[in-house]
Design a protein around this ligand. Structure first.
Ligand code: GDD
Ligand code: MN
Length: 386
């Protein structure tokens, strides 16, 4: 009887052991946004180039409207190497890559775009270099001998080169392609730096290098950037702004929060708007100064709300009804600042005889500090998708 029980126990143990499969050696993190047409091809390509490697792929989808997540789910139901990280209410290429890497335990982590523009045939060589301990990160480069930018027009190549040049400000290495979105890193090296990452915008590789106290040991491999198979690029003018924010964060983020820098820059544009409107109202329409300053303040306020909503708080962007509610709370929250602004400016101009420009600037400065403090709490208080 007891022998039977232990035999059954051994059986169970054997069964259990048979069911245990070690974690994959390599994770390929693929950020996707509206890439429904491409994800199946990505899995097929990985299956082809990674034979003999134990791997998994994590698609990080930011709730694409085209149903990308559903296609990945369907693939995953048939193939346990395919995983999905479906983020709701979030956007961002860098943060998608970071969270995809953190969702896996594989010791080697690759990041590759989901549109087949990066050549997956580089992956086995990248893995070999890392597993031999020859470097901590291997980067696919378009700008070294043997690489290329495919069908990019000269404008896009120019922008990419300009951005690469600017990156030297924060980069502690002379990479040929610091803008590359295609690389493989050891988990150890990644974990050492993850707490310092900004996670802003498109440039995860640059972020990683700029966040390193100890320079990363790197190798580069050339590849030809291929044409997009389906869908379209998500890199737009806002990516430029985000790139600027990433650089600013790396340069002075430890002293001043990057959002405050952005808010101040937008405020600077607002001063221009304010002055233009004030000039028209005073000079053109011959209004009294207090009334003109009130009008200019209102226009600048709506303008600043709109731009901050698009840029500074892009990750918390308000839309539709929420936009109107946001405008309302922005206006209400700033009304104290605006009153102080008008009060101070009018006092200086009317009572003290200070010039109209200086009076207005003093009012604006006082209002700006209020605006930032109060709206960061009341208007853009929670993360939202766009
Ligand atoms: N999850 C998520 N969230 N994925 C995103 C987002 C986002 O907000 N934005 C873009 N993606 C995905 C796209 O679906 C695609 O798979 C990948 O990120 C790259 O986006 P593209 O829109 O195709 O960018 P690109 O081809 O213009 O530029 C890419 O390649 C360059 C060269 O390596 C980017 O990776 C650049 O950073 C890189 O310089
Ligand atoms: Mn692309």
């Amino acid at each position: 009887m007891s022998a039977d029980i232990s035999a059954a126990g051994q059986d169970r143990q054997a069964c259990f052991e048979a069911r245990i499969a070690p974690a994959p050696e390599l994770v390929v993190v693929v950020p996707v946004f509206n890439e429904r047409e491409n994800v199946t091809k990505v899995v097929e390509a990985l299956d082809q180039v990674l034979s003999g490697v134990s791997w998994e792929v994590i698609f990080v989808d930011d709730d694409s409207e085209d149903g990308t997540a559903a296609v990945v789910r369907e693939l995953a139901s048939r193939d346990s190497r395919v995983r999905l990280l479906h983020r709701v209410g979030r956007r961002g290429l860098s943060s998608a890559c970071i969270e995809g890497i953190m969702a896996s335990t594989a010791p080697y982590c690759a990041v590759m775009d989901g549109d087949l523009q990066h050549d997956p045939r580089l992956l086995p060589e990248m893995l070999e270099i890392l597993s031999k301990g020859e470097s901590e990160i291997v980067i696919g480069s378009r700008y070294m001998q043997g690489g290329g930018t495919g069908d990019w027009d000269s404008r896009r190549v120019g922008i990419s080169r300009l951005a690469s040049g600017m990156s030297r400000l924060v980069l502690h290495a002379s990479l040929t392609d610091p803008m590359s979105g295609f690389f493989m890193v050891t988990r150890e090296a990644f974990l050492e730096r993850v707490h310092r990452l900004s996670g802003i915008g498109f440039k995860i590789l640059l972020d990683l290098f700029a966040s390193s106290e100890k320079p990363l040991e790197y190798r580069e491999l050339p590849y030809e950037f291929r044409s997009r198979q389906a869908g379209k690029s998500k890199l737009d003018s806002r990516a430029g702004w985000e790139y600027f924010m990433l650089l600013a964060d790396k340069l002075i983020g430890h002293v001043v929060p990057v959002r405050f820098i952005a808010f101040s820059l937008v405020g600077g544009v607002g001063v221009g708007v304010h002055m233009a409107v004030l000039w028209v109202l005073l000079d053109g329409l011959k209004m009294d100064f207090p009334l003109a300053q009130t009008g200019a303040t209102l226009v600048a306020m709506v303008g600043n709300f709109t731009i901050n909503n698009l840029l500074t708080y892009r990750d918390r962007r308000l839309r539709g009804l929420a936009w109107w509610k946001g405008l309302f709370s922005f206006t209400v929250a700033c009304s104290v600042g605006a009153l102080a602004n008008i009060g101070i400016a009018s006092y200086l101009y009317v009572q003290q005889g200070v010039g109209w420009v200086l009076s207005a600037v003093a009012g604006i400065l006082l209002g700006a500090v209020w605006n930032y403090a109060v709206t960061s709490v009341y208007t853009w208080n929670k993360p939202r998708a766009d």
